[in-house]
Design a protein around this ligand. Structure first.
Ligand SMILES: [Zn+2]
Ligand SMILES: [Zn+2]
Length: 251
């Protein structure tokens, strides 16, 4: 499995950190986890393309996580998208209804290949990949979930946006790579989000093998402050995400 961080930022426009989006490659399959604005161009910058995608996993429907979802669906039906393999689109409970009401009216799903839109179940198999979801506490307006992907003994977990949640620590149990949202420093902890120290505590509770912090709001001073606060609680391999960062879990 290989991960590329396409956008390490939030809804705050930034030339340095794109809106939330991650690329996941598993053998010859290509997926996105979230699809914030700018994702389609970031994919090109990363040497990939929307044409290759086998599916997208949405953590929740806040605008910064789905900004390029409608343009993606639109692009897939344009002449020259050149695909016939199935496309799978998953989200937390209520997502398929959201898609039908908000996305499909302005970007009708392509009719030239199978296009599946589903509310993600707790666990399922897709193309040899085992995928698990965990409901996260984030918004009182719609549901949100974390995703865990397992393939041939390797595993990666994407938290999406979430507040403090011991259940998420259990869900991450001994994962090879946990990619946690780290919106703020501890002093600025926001409702519905994790701060750097809380990320470290969750990672330690979950026994994660390595931790990548992601989804940063701009702060005063250097971003290394996120690292310092997290490091007080987590002793394992720890890094801050940046746009177009690549992590190969087979290496
Ligand atoms: Zn967010
Ligand atoms: Zn959110």
């Amino acid at each position: 499995m290989k991960v590329i961080i396409l956008g390490s930022g939030t809804g705050v426009p930034s030339l340095r950190r794109g809106a939330p989006a991650n690329w996941l490659g598993v053998e010859d399959r290509r997926y996105l986890i979230d699809c914030g604005s700018g994702t389609l161009l970031q994919l090109e910058r990363a040497g990939h393309s929307f044409r290759e995608l086998d599916g997208v996993f949405i953590t929740h429907v806040h605008a910064d996580h789905i900004g390029d979802l409608t343009p993606l669906v639109h692009a897939l039906r344009l002449p020259g998208s050149g695909r016939d393999k199935p496309f799978h689109l998953y989200g937390p409970p209520g997502f398929s209804d959201f898609f039908a009401r908000i996305v499909a009216p302005v970007a009708a799903p392509p009719g030239s290949f199978p296009f599946h839109v589903l509310d993600a179940p707790p666990v399922w198999e897709l193309d040899g990949l085992t995928i698990r979801t965990h409901a996260t506490p984030h918004s009182d307006r719609f549901s949100s979930c974390a995703y865990r992907f397992e393939h041939r003994g390797r595993s990666v977990c994407f938290s999406g946006d979430t507040d403090w949640d011991p259940g998420l620590a259990a869900f991450m149990n001994a994962v090879d790579l946990a990619i946690l949202e780290c919106s703020t420093l501890d002093a600025d902890k926001a409702v519905g989000h994790l701060s750097a120290g809380l990320c470290g505590q969750l990672a330690t509770m979950g026994g994660v093998r390595s931790l990548l912090l992601n989804h940063f709001y701009p702060i005063e001073g250097p971003d290394s402050r996120f690292l310092e606060e997290c490091r007080r609680h987590f002793a394992g391999p720890l890094e801050l995400a940046h746009d177009l960062m690549v992590r190969d879990l087979e290496a």
